[in-house]
Design a protein around this ligand. Structure first.
Ligand SMILES: *Cc1c(COP(=O)(O)O)cnc(C)c1O
Ligand code: SF4
Length: 356
């Protein structure tokens, strides 16, 4: 029986159509992987090529053409380009930089399943991403050893079934939306059958870099699941949110699926009041909520993106003055051993001293 009063169902008809053009899979396949091609498309100085090639040997360049179209040609400092362009400083082993900065391996409960925090478990649902972000803390994660596929996840499903404290499953990666709609729907159906699970969270950058990834079938999978869906995208700079990306986020929201954003505080990308304020305002105007602003983890080769916490706190204080409270993301850092991500603004506004 069709329940036409269910707002999540009704919203499908208002969600807008899938955009025309090449499919998201074609976009993924046609992503730029050759540093020389990226330099040529953006008319950048060819002297960049040597260091770019060297850095790309350690962690390959991958950037979809839709994302390149949002960059300013001829500008090596473009905030979107900086996120994806391999550079010489990546080759420097920074003091304190580690390949597994979050010490994640000890939280592995089954192949591909991490449980670090109460009530939530994270499944590495894919080994690859649609874009390789140079600052990524997973850049040295041994994805090659990470199992992917229904058969490989069977121990993870059994672990989830055995631990009734887990209410929320987070699909992460890599990027879980590189899975085909068919594979995702099989995975979600399997998770649906774990009775104590209530929520399904998807952490993905694909709706931002290839907006066509938000297909009708993906929306249907999320809407028809027994689990309450939540989508967390990853946008660092307002220029990432062009019209097509905005429309893609709206399709989730119109289908009744909340969209949250996480950003990483990055030198030369978004370590400026105006960039962060505009990012928050554009997200809010689209109906998406700024969730986290992450302090960069000390991963090898990302030192040149580092912003001191003191500066981050100044930026948050400025956002608090300029924006409604709901538009200010929580400024957090993962500190190994803590029971949750640590809110760094505790240092800015120490709580009132209580008498009792
Ligand atoms: C960040 C993270 C979560 C989710 O944390 P929230 O604060 O709920 O967003 C869950 N599991 C792992 C392993 C994480 O790194
Ligand atoms: S999309 Fe996310 S997981 Fe993938 S490289 Fe970028 S930051 Fe890392």
């Amino acid at each position: 029986m069709e329940n036409i009063t269910n707002p999540r169902r009704r919203a499908t008809f208002e969600g807008g159509c899938e955009a025309a053009g090449p499919s998201w899979k074609e976009s993924l396949a046609r992503a730029v992987r050759d540093p020389a091609e990226l330099i040529e498309i953006l008319r950048l100085d060819e002297s960049l090529l040597e260091e770019t090639r060297k850095a790309a040997e350690l962690f390959p360049l991958v950037v979809p053409r839709e994302f390149i179209e949002r960059m300013r040609p001829g500008d090596p400092a473009d905030p979107l380009l900086r996120q994806v362009l391999p550079l010489g400083p990546e080759l420097e082993e920074a003091p304190g930089g580690r390949s597994d900065p979050l010490e994640e391996k000890e939280f592995l409960r089954a192949p591909g399943l991490l449980k670090k925090y109460d009530g939530r478990a994270l499944l590495i649902a894919a080994g690859a991403c649609a874009v390789n972000c140079r600052y990524c803390f997973r850049r040295e994660y041994p994805y090659g050893e990470t199992p992917v596929g229904m058969k490989a996840w069977e121990p993870a499903f059994r672990m989830l079934e055995a631990d009734e404290s887990i209410r929320e499953i987070i699909l992460s990666g890599g990027d879980p939306l590189v899975l085909t709609d068919g594979a995702l729907s099989r995975l979600v159906e399997r998770l649906d059958r774990i009775p104590h699970l209530r929520r399904l969270r998807i952490h993905s950058r694909l709706p931002i870099v290839i907006p066509r990834r938000v297909t009708d079938r993906l929306l249907r999978t999320l809407r028809t699941s027994r689990l309450t869906p939540i989508v967390v995208v990853h946008t660092n700079h307002p220029a990432e949110l062009d019209a097509a990306t905005g429309a893609a986020l709206r399709r989730f929201i119109n289908a009744g699926i909340p969209v949250l954003n996480q950003a990483v505080l990055l030198r030369g990308v978004n370590d400026a009041e105006d960039a962060l304020a505009e990012l928050s305002e554009r997200l809010i105007d689209l109906g998406a909520i700024p969730y986290y602003l992450h302090q960069l983890d000390p991963v090898s080769g990302s030192r040149h993106f580092h912003v001191p916490v003191r500066r981050g706190l100044e930026l948050i204080a400025a956002l608090r003055r300029r924006l409604p409270g709901y538009a200010v993301p929580r400024y957090v850092q993962e500190i190994p051993g803590e029971a949750h991500k640590s809110d760094l603004t505790g240092q800015l506004f120490p709580g009132p001293k209580t008498e009792n």
